[in-house]
Design a protein around this ligand. Structure first.
Ligand SMILES: *Cc1c(COP(=O)(O)O)cnc(C)c1O
Length: 391
């Protein structure tokens, strides 16, 4: 069979009007995201998994990720191959014992996904569920833990990327700790941009990935956990590849991954972490994302769009807008036109309302947000949309 070469596929894809230095459109999405030229450049090397330099880079990354939460000397970082969901699943199966029970605080699709994972692995779970535009409630957590002593762990998403809402993880962690329960955080879309200090947030495990606010390439998830917690996680996992205890033991032993490491992604992450430092760490990155978010929100509101969330509970990560009710507005055409102009946005994932999302994260700043806003304006004119408000 004669397949077309890759190049011909690329030619069919019209190159965008505005574009990143590599000619790709800007990704205003929840990840993968636009990475810097130096992050892409860092991947142009082939290292063997036992190469001394590679082992050093790997070790270096693990330490720096622990530093990002101020976790020295009590915490360790356990990286894992795969997308973010792999490490969420690894966290649940490695920390919740087979006879344990987890209470999942849910206000979006990623919280739902944790419940799904528990079903697959036969882990007992309870849920405390909220609408997608409402943060989870610390007072309810307190009640639930008081009334059910069988609950061993609490699981929550820091920034629920479904809507962009920020959950009060600090308050929640205090309550979980007061009741002596383990606290597990999916910080996928928060890590590196929202505050997460081990001294302030008492967690058993935090998981995140390389390709969101850390601005690396996709391919690596990681878990940060106190040493005495992972030491007690032996034998919990019912899967070999997702066993974080085993992964940790092996890596502490010889500095190597159990199975083929994503070498290129690790080199990219090392560069991405340098860039995070250069930007002033979490505080600096947070400030740029906040600027992006404020500009985006203001500009879209000026055109008549409405955000799902009030500003007080909106994380500066991704913003959900209600779909305009104007009969001339077609999301697919809107999406394609913006893509043509060089900006990739994201469909909505809400169950409560028809919506779409625009991300504020990745190697983008006010120049790209202004460009995207201009592209939105042009597109609305072309479509003949005059009313951007929801039904
Ligand atoms: C992105 C994300 C994940 C993981 O998604 P993958 O597609 O597997 O990388 C998990 N939780 C949250 C909150 C996320 O934003």
């Amino acid at each position: 069979m004669n397949r077309e070469p890759l190049e011909s596929l690329m030619e069919k894809d019209q190159s965008p009007s505005a574009s990143s230095p590599t000619g790709d459109p800007w990704l205003l999405t929840p990840g993968p995201l636009t990475t810097s030229p130096a992050v892409k450049q860092a991947m142009l090397h082939d290292y063997g998994s036992r190469d001394r330099y590679f082992v050093q880079v790997n070790d270096h990354i693990r330490k720096r990720l622990v530093d990002l939460v101020g976790g020295e000397p009590n915490h360790v970082c356990i990286p894992l191959q795969g997308s973010g969901t792999f490490v969420v699943e690894a966290m649940l199966v490695s920390f919740v014992p087979r006879d344990g029970k987890i209470l999942l605080l849910i206000n979006g699709a990623y919280g739902q996904r944790m419940a799904r994972i528990c079903e697959y692995h036969n882990r007992s779970f309870e849920i405390d569920e909220y609408p997608e535009n409402q943060p989870v409630d610390a007072a309810v957590l307190d009640q639930r833990l008081k009334s059910d002593p069988a609950i061993t762990h609490v699981g929550v998403v820091y920034c629920e990327t479904t809507s962009g809402i920020q959950n009060p993880i600090q308050e929640l962690s205090v309550i979980a700790r007061r009741h002596g329960r383990g606290f597990l955080i999916d910080a996928m879309s928060a890590f590196g941009a929202l505050p997460l200090e081990a001294k302030e947030i008492n967690f058993d495990a935090v998981v995140a990935s390389s390709n969101k606010c850390l601005e690396g390439s996709p391919g690596i998830g990681f878990c940060i956990t106190p040493r005495d917690v992972i030491e007690h996680a032996r034998g919990h996992s019912d899967t070999l590849v997702l066993d974080l205890y085993d992964q940790w033991q092996a890596m502490e032993g010889n500095g190597q991954w159990r199975f083929t490491p994503p070498t290129h992604a690790i080199l990219a992450l090392a560069q991405a972490l340098d860039e995070l430092d250069a930007e002033g760490g979490v505080a600096g990155r947070s400030q740029r994302y906040r600027q992006n978010c404020d500009l985006l929100t203001r500009g879209m509101r000026e055109m008549g769009f409405q955000t799902l969330l009030p500003d007080a509970i909106q994380a500066p990560i991704i913003v959900t807008f209600h779909m305009p009710a104007d009969p001339n507005f077609y999301f697919d055409r809107f999406y394609d036109a913006l893509r043509h102009e060089g900006y990739v946005i994201y469909p909505g994932k809400l169950t409560v309302a028809d919506s779409f999302r625009i991300g504020c994260i990745g190697r983008i700043d006010v120049e790209q947000i202004n460009g995207a806003l201009a592209a939105v304006r042009t597109t609305l004119d072309k479509m003949g949309v005059s009313n951007c408000g929801p039904a």
